[in-house]
Structure formats: structure tokens, C-alpha cells
Design a protein around this ligand. Structure first.
Ligand code: ADP
Ligand code: MG
Ligand code: MG
Length: 886
């Protein structure tokens, strides 16, 4: 029989931290903390399997759940010494969601459950604090009303504002017991009038309502968006945790807080956190009150005038410090912990591996490894390769002029410039049009996720380092400044006022997420510094990886950048990009539009010197590392002149009439250029094009070597073949050119001729093709398009729907479709090797920089992956993780 409920508390638990699939992250870690003997309020976890069963059975619970919940609840009652719903000394509980992967803010927690008109009086008399009891009751009605009953929270906030105004009170802390009782009455009335039903008074009805709401929220729009952005399958489900309440809002010896065992922004090995005295639940992250620093050092450094926990509650702080050490050494990773202090007694409410910036991730991994806490392999596995992206981008130039108009908390590092917008919707809309935007909000909430994703940077005027904006931005690697209190935001007029300046929607600002500065206009940036922890981890990764990492580069700048990032060669140099220069495009067009071989040859002769120089530059930068050069590939229409002025220019250069050029344009028009006259088909029709390119490559190789430079072994790559025959013809032509150049220059050449495998037929015929090809490079962009019969340029329109309906697991152009396209790659590799055992194999699509695709390439035993320059470090780390069997 399936066990649906797992209890914890009183120094032991039925669950463990390695049961997160079943218990969710929160439930598994609550159980583990109990097992470690830490002070955790008792409770129980309803498993993720119940969630799955719930959705499989038309939102009905499995048999036996009710009885198991009753048994577990009775155990909690026994441990606490109070009964749920008891009119004298009631047990109150929290109902909390907890998915396998942490989904901050996606699911809603209900606190103080079990309160009603009767138990609130009991709570008042047991605690001797009527104000506290009614404060808890009004919190409960609001949370339960909003989350479970669907009465929008603004109704409650309006009432609260009105009552406060009536009483002449500004702060919640100044409200009296009677004031809260009045609020409670008004809240209940509001629920009655909104729903036509009274607020539920039966604690068991409340409990099941809350459990149902947690399971229900698994499929709400916010959760769906978050899951889509983070590739979390809907099938995982969430668990529900029901836990005895402890109260941080019972007076000044009470508090609630959030802390990290190391600094999540810098990675520094120092306790870090925020707390609030006399507060409950999400007050710390909600941005309603500004939280105080945990430690004295933090207080001094931030210049806060609030009293630190270290000073206010030294004994409890000491206890928390011990728990920090205990949890960190137990989990051997930086922990993000939530705690509450009730009447001087500390309770732990949550622990999990803390989210961190890339910089912090590197520092923590490297330092823990140096301290012998984790191995080099662990250190490599700890850093998410995709996150490194944050470090590879520019930071503000310290020399650049900056006009600082505001200051907030440095919540997520990196520099960002963009036009300000005041809503997530506008952020999405403008970003969709290719504009760079900075999202400016008083505070953010889960509904803003998509807009936050679209923004270059995020600025909020409220909330601390653990506010929603800060946590989400760090996860996304988006620069963020939060809690900039002096920035006055006016949503209605779409303006923000800061440092005496008023800015309106569309004005440009720059944020420095590492210092918290807000600046006017765009500020110059500097290249990233990749020394220190970064190079240390990369060094470890380089020793452990097997795959070589090359780059896709055609310009000297790209090649230099990629070399700086550690590229070990060029896997794809697209020669056509060399023809778009204004001084070259005319000759290129002249060549395409020529009607005779003679005409083409004369245009090509003008291109040869340019092309040769390009290769000389590249070979010099690459210093003997392998360079794979792809001969002309794109559909010719991409080069054709548009408008009359351009046509006239080409006609003049070619010495023909404009009418002839126009007629030729019509001749060349294709219905579907992507599947038309392109790739090696051009080389077959016009051999002189590839001959010129081969000559340029060979002459450049000799030129560079002659200077005493490193030997160059160019790898000449023929695109878009469908079988062996095309390669046979083109390879023979290339060999002939090589022999001619050798004769002319009196030098010997070393080179390889190979092909791209980017059409399903080529993959199938790989065995035969390998008789000619000395290497294969899998062009997985085109291979994906042609295997799916899906144009990358047109897919965006319906791809989201396909992903939402779970037809595709993700965008196949971002991460390789391992089942389909992957099968072709694997089959071609196998057939190619069977013919030529030492055939060089690599991949050069966008997938070369995607960690999951890199793992696939490792499994297939390819020799290298090639990716864009900025992804080279990501690929180096991902390749090491793949080698370690991630
Ligand atoms: P989230 O997943 O958004 O972090 P939690 O379930 O951790 O939500 O709940 C949010 C906050 O509610 C906690 O940080 C804690 O302050 C408060 N809370 C939850 N359960 C309890 C409890 N049993 N007693 C007191 N406070 C609680
Ligand atoms: Mg929450
Ligand atoms: Mg929490």
C-alpha cells in the first residue's frame, strides 16, 4: 500500500533529505533537520505522489489519505501538547507547498490555520496577548481569503488602510487588540459579501481547503510560466507540508528571518542575512518593513541604522551560528535558511541549497574544494555552466563618467543599460521589438516573471536582498538593484523621480548590480576579468574533460575573444560573412549576377585578395590551432541587390545594363531558398567559386607559414552534401588547386577535406561519404530544420504551444533533439567510423554551446564541439561535467 503522508518532529522523521522527489525539497529538508536534532516545529508532508494522483483522478484524493492525515495530525498534537480546533488551547498550523525544485514565490503558504471566532479567544488567553491573537487571525483571514477562497488581497488591504486612517495610525505595530478585532470583523464581512458565504469556521474544512489550494496552485499560470522558463516538468507535482505554527509576532523577544551560510552575491564565507523583530512569515521578503541585518559587520558595511540580531538577541544569534555551521558541513554546500524566534526560542523552518550568483558559485566551489570539504569533481559539478554567462559579460568601466541619481542594494551583479518601463507587460512588449529595457517597479511579484526575464536589468524601490526581485534576478543572472528607497515611482504617470531628476518611460538609465548605483544614460563598460576563481575552476575542468572546445568565428575579433576564453580551434568559419563588407559586396553581386563563367571569374578575381587576407589574419591569431573553413553556403538571394540604387551600382561594376541585372534577378528567384540552390550545389554549378576560395585558403596558409609562423593545417569543409558523389567531384577540384598553388609557390601543403553532415540523407549515407571525407562536422541547425521539416525562422509562432502541450520537451534549436536528430548523428558517426576509423568528428550548430547537447556529444564520443565565442567557457565546464557522467 502506498504511504501518502510522512511525519516529522520530536527529534526524528520518517523522511530524509534524499527523498526530495517524494517529499519535495522543503519536506525532505525539514525531515533531515529533525533527524539532525535541530529545533523544527513538528508536522507532516503529504507526498508529491498525492499531487500526481489528484490530477490523474479529476482532482480527487487517493483513498486512505484522509486517515493518514488524521493519524499524522494526532502525532503533531501529541508533540505540541495542543489539539487542532481545541476551544481552550488550540494547535495552529501552517500549510506550505514544496516542489522538488524550489520555485520561489510560486506556491502560496497559509499561516495560522485553525483560528476561528472561538479559538482566537483561546489563543488570546493562553498567550496572555489578545493583540497578538487578533493580529494572527486577521493575517489568517487575509491569506486564506486570498489564496484559498480567491478574494483578492487588495480588498483586505483597502479595509486595513481605512481602519488605520480612522484610528490615525500609520504603523501596523501601533494597532491595538481592539483595532485588530475590528479589522477581523470587517474582513469576515468582506468575505461574506464577496462569496455569499461566511468565512469557514471549521478548522478541518480550513485545512482541506488549504491543502486543495496548494495542489491547485501547481497548475496556476504563474507556476506554469516558472516551470516553462526553468524546464521543470508538470508531472513532478508538489508536496504539501502541514506544520505546527511558531510565532515570531508575539512580542519583542520574537522575530523571523532569512539567512545564508555564505554571502549569496559574492560567495564570501561569512554569515549573511536579514530579520525582523515581532514579525511573521513573509514580512521579511514582502518589502512591507525594511529588514535589519543579522550581523554587526553587515550593519556597519551597509550603514544600516537598525539593530542587528547579533546585538539584539545574542544568545539566539549564537545558536543560529552553530546551526549555520552544522547545516553547511552536513550538506557540504551553501545553505539558505528560514527561521523564527518565539519568546526567545529559535526554530528552523526551512533549509535548502542557496541560490547564488555565478561569481558566488565559483568562489564557494573553489574555496570549499581548497578547504577539503568537497573534491575537485564536486566543485566542477557545483557550478551551473549556463550561469557562467553572467561573468562573461561587461561590467562598468570605473573610468567612465557616471551621473549617479540613486542608490539601492546590490542585489544581482553586472551592468545593464536600457530604457525604463514600469510594467512587466511593457517590458515584454518592448523587448520583443528588440529594445533594451530596465524594469522599474516598487516591488516585483511572481506575475512579473516574464517581464523580468525580458529586461536587461531590474530596479525596485522596496524590499531587501532576499526580496522577490533580488532572488529571481540572481537566479536569472539579470543585474538588479533593489530597495532603492529614494527612488519615487509613479505608475499612473509612468515616471520615476530620483536624485532630483524626473525620468519618464523610455528614458535610458544604467544599473550597477554590484554596487547598487543607478545612473543616468548609458555608461561605458569593460571586458570581464576571468582570473582568480574562474581560471582555477576552468583549469580543473580542462584536466577532466575529453571533448575539445572550438569556436564558431570568422572575424579576427571573434577569434581573439574565443582564444581569450580558451577555444582550441575554429570549428566553423563561415566564409560568406566575409563578403558583406561594402567594398566586397559589389564584386560578390557582380559574380552572382554574371551570366558566364568568364564574368564570374573576373568578379572572383577581385574577391581573392580580400579572402586571402581574411584567412591570413585568422591563421595568425589561431597560431597553428585547427581551423575549419566552410566554403560558400547560403542561398544566393541573401547577397542580391534590393532597390534600384543598388541594382544600378552592380550594373555599373559589371559593365552591363540595369535591365540585364533585373532579368538575372528574376532568373535567380527561388520559391524556397533554404532548400534551393545553395551549399555545395553552388560549387557544383559554378566550380570557379570554390576554386577561388580554396586558392585563397592555400595561399594564406603558405604565406603565414613562410614568415616562420606556426604550421597551418586548414580543414576545408563542403556544406550541404546529400551523398558521396558531390564530395568526390569537389574534393578533386580542391586537390587540383592545391597542387597548382604548391607548384607556383614551391611549397608543400598539408590540409584536410571534409564535409558537413546537415541533411538526413547525408547522415544515412555517411559510410560511403567517409570514403572521401576526412572529417564530419554535424551542422545541427540545418539537420534539425530538415529532420523536423521545420524552419527555424518560422517556428517561433507555434513553438510555445508545442512546448506548452508537451509535444516538444523544449526548443529543438536550443537543445539538440537527442531522440530524433541525435539518432541521425549517432548513426552517421557509427557509419563514418566503420569506413574510416580515425575520422574526425565534431558539431558546429548552436547546440555546441548547450550543456545538455554537449553531454550528448560526449556520450557519442565526438572529438570536439564548436560554439560561439562567449559560450566557450560554458562549453569547457559542461564538457568536464559530461566527462564526469552528469
Ligand atoms: P516559500 O516557499 O515561499 O519560502 P514557506 O512555506 O517557506 O514559503 O513559508 C514562508 C514563510 O512562512 C516562512 O519563511 C516562515 O517565515 C513562515 N512559516 C511557514 N511555516 C511556519 C510555521 N510553522 N511557523 C511559523 N512560520 C511559518
Ligand atoms: Mg511563499
Ligand atoms: Mg520558505
Amino acid at each position: 500500500m502506498t504511504k501518502w503522508v510522512y511525519g516529522f518532529g520530536g527529534g526524528s522523521a520518517e523522511g530524509r533529505s534524499d527523498m526530495r522527489e517524494l517529499l519535495g525539497g522543503k519536506g525532505a529538508n525539514l525531515a533531515e533537520m529533525c533527524n539532525l536534532g535541530l529545533p523544527v516545529p513538528p508536522g507532516f508532508t503529504i507526498t508529491t505522489e498525492v499531487c500526481t494522483a489528484f490530477y490523474d483522478n479529476d482532482r480527487a484524493y487517493p483513498d486512505g489519505l484522509n486517515a493518514e492525515v488524521e493519524t499524522a495530525l494526532a502525532a503533531v498534537e501529541k508533540l505540541v501538547g495542543r489539539s487542532f480546533g481545541d476551544a481552550k488551547d488550540p494547535l495552529l498550523v501552517s500549510v506550505r507547498s514544496g516542489a522538488r525544485a524550489s520555485m520561489p514565490g510560486m506556491m502560496d503558504t497559509v499561516l495560522n490555520l485553525g483560528l476561528n471566532d472561538e479559538t482566537v479567544e483561546a489563543l488570546a488567553s493562553v498567550s496572555g496577548d489578545r493583540r497578538f491573537a487578533y493580529d494572527s487571525y486577521r493575517r489568517f483571514i487575509q491569506m486564506y481569503g486570498d489564496v484559498v477562497l480567491g478574494v483578492d488581497h487588495y480588498h483586505f488591504e483597502d479595509i486595513l488602510e481605512t481602519v488605520k486612517e480612522d484610528k490615525g495610525v500609520t504603523l501596523d505595530t501601533d494597532m491595538s487588540a481592539d483595532d485588530w478585532a475590528e479589522v477581523v470583523e470587517a474582513f469576515k464581512k468582506k468575505v461574506q459579501s464577496e462569496l455569499g458565504q461566511p468565512f469557514p469556521q471549521d478548522p478541518r474544512e480550513q485545512l482541506w481547503g488549504a491543502i486543495g489550494a496548494v495542489f491547485g496552485s501547481w497548475m496556476n499560470a504563474r507556476a506554469n510560466t516558472y516551470r516553462r522558463l526553468h524546464n521543470i516538468p508538470a508531472s513532478w507535482g508538489t508536496a504539501v507540508n502541514v506544520q505546527a505554527m511558531v510565532f515570531g509576532n508575539m512580542g519583542n523577544d520574537c522575530a523571523t528571518g532569512v539567512c545564508f551560510s555564505r554571502n549569496p552575491s559574492t560567495g564570501e564565507d561569512r554569515f549573511y542575512g536579514e530579520y525582523l523583530i515581532n514579525a511573521q512569515g513573509e514580512d521579511v521578503v514582502a518589502g512591507i518593513r525594511t529588514p535589519a541585518p543579522l550581523t554587526e559587520i553587515e550593519k556597519q558595511e551597509s550603514g544600516s541604522d537598525l539593530i542587528s540580531m547579533e546585538a539584539a538577541m545574542p544568545r539566539v544569534f549564537k545558536e543560529l551560528c552553530d546551526i549555520r555551521e552544522k547545516l553547511e558541513s552536513h550538506y557540504r554546500d551553501m545553505q539558505d535558511m528560514e527561521f523564527t524566534v518565539e519568546s526567545g526560542k529559535l526554530y528552523m523552518l526551512q533549509t535548502r541549497a542557496g541560490k547564488r550568483t555565478a561569481k558566488a558559485a565559483l568562489r564557494i566551489a573553489v574555496e570549499m574544494c581548497r578547504d577539503g570539504v568537497i573534491s575537485q569533481k564536486d566543485a566542477i559539478m557545483r557550478v551551473n555552466p549556463a550561469q557562467l554567462d553572467q561573468l562573461l559579460h561587461p561590467t562598468l568601466d570605473p573610468e567612465a563618467d557616471r551621473k549617479v541619481v540613486g542608490m539601492g542594494l546590490p542585489a544581482s551583479p553586472g551592468a545593464a543599460s536600457g530604457q525604463i518601463v514600469f510594467s512587466a507587460e511593457v517590458a515584454e512588449e518592448w523587448a520583443g521589438k528588440g529594445r533594451k529595457v530596465i524594469l522599474v517597479r516598487i516591488e516585483t511579484s511572481p506575475e512579473d516573471i516574464a517581464g523580468m526575464h525580458a529586461a536587461q536589468g531590474i530596479l525596485t524601490s522596496r524590499g531587501g536582498m532576499t526580496s522577490h526581485a533580488a532572488v529571481v534576478a540572481r537566479g536569472m543572472g539579470t543585474p538588479c538593484v533593489c530597495g532603492a528607497g529614494a527612488v519615487k515611482i509613479d505608475y499612473a504617470n509612468k515616471t520615476m523621480m530620483s536624485g532630483g531628476v524626473t525620468l519618464k518611460e523610455g528614458d535610458v538609465i544604467t544599473l550597477d548590480g554590484a554596487t547598487g548605483e543607478v545612473m543616468l544614460g548609458e555608461v561605458a563598460t569593460l571586458k570581464p576579468d576571468l582570473s582568480g576563481d574562474f581560471s582555477q575552476l576552468m583549469e580543473w575542468a580542462d584536466v577532466l574533460r575529453r571533448l575539445k572546445i572550438r569556436t564558431n568565428a570568422e572575424t579576427p575579433e571573434e577569434a581573439e575573444t574565443a582564444r581569450g576564453f580558451g577555444a582550441e580551434g575554429i570549428g566553423l568559419c563561415r566564409t560568406e560573412h566575409m563578403f558583406f563588407d561594402p567594398e566586397r559586396i559589389i564584386s560578390m553581386r557582380e559574380m552572382i549576377l554574371a551570366e558566364t563563367e568568364q564574368g564570374r571569374r573576373s568578379a572572383l578575381a577581385k574577391l581573392l585578395p580580400y579572402q586571402r587576407q581574411d584567412f591570413i589574419d585568422l591563421f595568425r591569431i589561431m597560431k597553428g590551432l585547427p581551423v575549419t573553413i566552410r566554403l560558400l553556403d547560403p542561398p544566393l538571394h541573401e547577397f542580391l541587390p534590393h532597390g534600384d540604387a543598388e541594382i544600378a551600382e552592380v550594373a555599373k561594376a559589371a559593365g552591363v545594363s540595369e535591365a540585364i541585372v533585373k532579368r538575372r534577378l528574376l532568373d535567380l528567384a527561388e520559391a524556397n531558398p533554404m532548400l534551393g540552390h545553395r551549399g555545395c550545389r553552388l560549387g557544383i554549378s559554378y566550380p570557379e567559386i570554390y576554386e577561388m576560395q580554396a586558392r585563397a585558403i592555400f595561399e594564406a596558409a603558405i604565406e603565414v607559414t613562410k614568415d616562420g609562423g606556426d604550421p597551418v593545417i586548414p580543414e576545408i569543409m563542403i556544406p550541404l552534401i546529400v551523398g558521396k558523389k558531390e564530395l568526390e567531384i569537389l574534393k578533386a577540384a580542391i586537390i587540383k588547386v592545391a597542387a597548382e598553388v604548391e607548384d607556383e609557390k614551391g611549397a608543400k601543403l598539408k590540409y584536410l577535406v571534409g564535409t558537413m553532415i546537415e541533411l538526413p540523407r547525408a547522415a544515412l549515407r555517411a559510410g560511403e561519404i567517409a570514403e572521401e571525407a576526412e572529417f564530419f562536422s554535424f551542422g545541427t541547425n540545418d539537420l534539425t530544420q530538415t529532420t523536423f521539416g521545420l524552419s527555424r525562422d518560422d517556428a517561433a509562432r507555434f513553438l510555445d504551444t508545442y512546448i506548452a502541450k508537451d509535444i516538444f520537451a523544449g526548443d529543438p534549436f536550443v537543445s539538440l533533439d537527442q531522440d530524433g536528430v541525435g539518432e541521425l548523428v549517432s548513426l552517421a558517426a557509427e557509419r563514418g567510423r566503420a569506413t574510416r576509423s580515425d575520422i574526425k568528428l565534431g558539431i558546429c550548430g548552436e547546440h555546441g554551446g548547450d550543456p545538455a547537447s554537449i553531454a550528448f556529444c560526449e556520450a557519442q564520443g565526438l572529438d570536439y564541439v564548436s560554439c560561439s565565442p562567449y559560450r566557450v567557457p560554458i562549453a569547457r565546464l559542461a564538457a568536464a561535467q559530461a566527462a564526469l557522467g552528469k
